[in-house]
Ligand binder design. Structure first.
Ligand SMILES: C[S@@+](CC[C@H](N)C(=O)[O-])C[C@H]1O[C@@H](n2cnc3c(N)ncnc32)[C@H](O)[C@@H]1O
Length: 276
């Protein structure tokens, strides 16, 4: 059953149907985009919305500034739609400032099952007024009921660049750690912001590919649908694609829809490795 109250027409910016991978890019508004889906279809939905900080995402209109209450209500409409569209057991991830994350957890806790508040260390911010230096973003991870898929990524223990010995003392567990790796925790402090021109695909707000690869590793399954309503550079889509997921993504800026479509095309031409 589809609980959408009205039918919504969509213009698809680009469409991909390549061997086992199907996907679409929509040039549209994120809420309208989410409204088009049937109930219970997505394995993962990833929301990385504009932070309401007055940023210009490229059209010069600086739309990213709403009164606080209006902004939170807008996020809540996206959360409600995401819950509808997720499959039972599917995962919703939301990346935001901790101050905003605390305001949306009320609705999230009502609709979905809390899994983690992942602290993603990002040291590209500034200290202001009477506040501590803000050094993390919140990556909220919720599922629709019990998770249908969960893989815990393993990390390699970190070694000192100079002496090549382990930074932490693992005592009697050293051999096990070397064999099995370290369990990923809910503090991700090993991701670097995308700053360098050599790795950047757009001017700002691009999340590290590793962050998106982790999300897909934790909750992704081959053949399921990954939905990204604020796709930006397309890093999330590429991570999903490489994991063998289908995708449906959206951005309201034509330049990003173009960029994402080009990147997907290149990836498909090079041959996508399914890694899950
Ligand atoms: C924070 S960025 C997302 C960055 C992306 N996760 C990445 O790694 O590149 C937000 C994106 O959402 C787009 N956007 C802003 N408002 C939107 C809306 N109402 N609907 C759809 N896209 C929107 C912006 O153009 C921008 O590319």
């Amino acid at each position: 059953m589809n609980n959408q109250s009205d039918s919504v027409e969509f213009e698809i910016y680009s469409k991909f149907d390549h061997e086992n991978v199907r996907g679409e890019i929509h040039l549209d508004d994120a809420y309208k985009f989410l409204r088009k889906f049937e109930d219970d279809v997505a394995g993962i939905i990833f929301l990385d919305p504009p932070f309401n900080l007055g940023k210009d995402y490229g059209n010069g209109k600086k739309q990213d500034r709403k009164p606080r209450g209006e902004y939170i209500s807008w996020l809540n409409t996206l959360i409600t739609e995401s819950e509808r569209v997720l499959k039972p057991g599917g995962a919703l991830y939301i990346y935001h400032l901790p101050s905003v994350a605390t305001q949306i957890t009320g609705l999230l806790n009502e609709l979905l099952q809390f899994r983690h508040w992942i602290a993603v260390s990002m040291k590209n911010t500034f200290v202001r007024g009477q506040w501590l230096y803000p050094a993390h973003y919140a990556l909220l991870y919720y599922t629709k009921g019990a998770p249908s898929h969960f893989n815990r990524p393993k990390l390699n223990p970190i070694k000192c660049k100079h002496c090549n010995s382990y930074i932490k003392d693992y005592g009697g567990y050293k051999k096990i750690i070397e064999r099995n790796g370290i369990n990923l925790s809910d503090i991700w402090d090993d991701l670097s912001p995308v700053r360098h021109n050599s790795t950047k695909t757009r001017s700002a707000n691009e999340l590290p590919v590793k962050l998106l690869e982790r999300i897909v590793t934790i909750s992704g399954t081959v053949g399921e649908l990954y939905i990204d309503p604020f796709a930006g550079s397309g890093n999330g889509i590429l991570a999903a694609l490489k994991a063998g997921m289908h995708f449906s993504a959206c951005d309201n800026e034509e330049q990003y829809c173009f960029l994402i479509s080009e990147r997907i095309q290149e990836e498909l031409e090079e041959g996508v490795g399914i890694s899950l």
